[in-house]
Unconditional design. Structure first.
Length: 127
């Protein structure tokens, strides 16, 4: 691949890294400090513009409390986890929090509220 077109596998590894970091509520700077890098290097890894070495994958896995195999899981598959990697931190937290609600009635109420707000273009005051 050229310098401007990262290899799809490097992009996958970067997405996995970004998702796990965000799920833990860790900033790029926090992760960088824990593995002895700069946040700019973390950005490049997460974009896939820099290839992650095996040693670095092992370090990331240790800091993120996962198996190094996590980075290879589901490569080439379109899963919810990979789609989440493209969403904002706020959206990821929303999904995390929503899935912890055990009451189907409350979950349905929240889903109905979100659908209603979306229908109204994000404004609850519209009639």
């Amino acid at each position: 691949m050229s310098l401007h077109n990262p290899h799809p596998f490097d992009v996958h590894i970067g997405q996995q890294l970004r998702l796990r970091r965000k799920l833990l509520g860790m900033s790029q700077s926090d992760l960088a400090k824990r593995v002895g890098l700069t946040f700019q290097q973390i950005q490049k890894y997460e974009r896939g513009s820099n290839c992650v070495s095996a040693r670095r994958l092992y370090e990331f896995a240790a800091v993120l409390h996962i198996s190094p195999m996590y980075f290879f899981d589901e490569y080439g598959q379109d899963t919810l986890q990979h789609r989440l990697a493209d969403y904002s931190t706020q959206a990821i937290h929303l999904v995390q929090d929503f899935t912890t609600i055990s009451s189907p009635k409350i979950r349905n109420s929240i889903a109905s509220l979100v659908r209603e707000v979306t229908k109204r273009g994000g404004d609850l005051k519209k009639s």
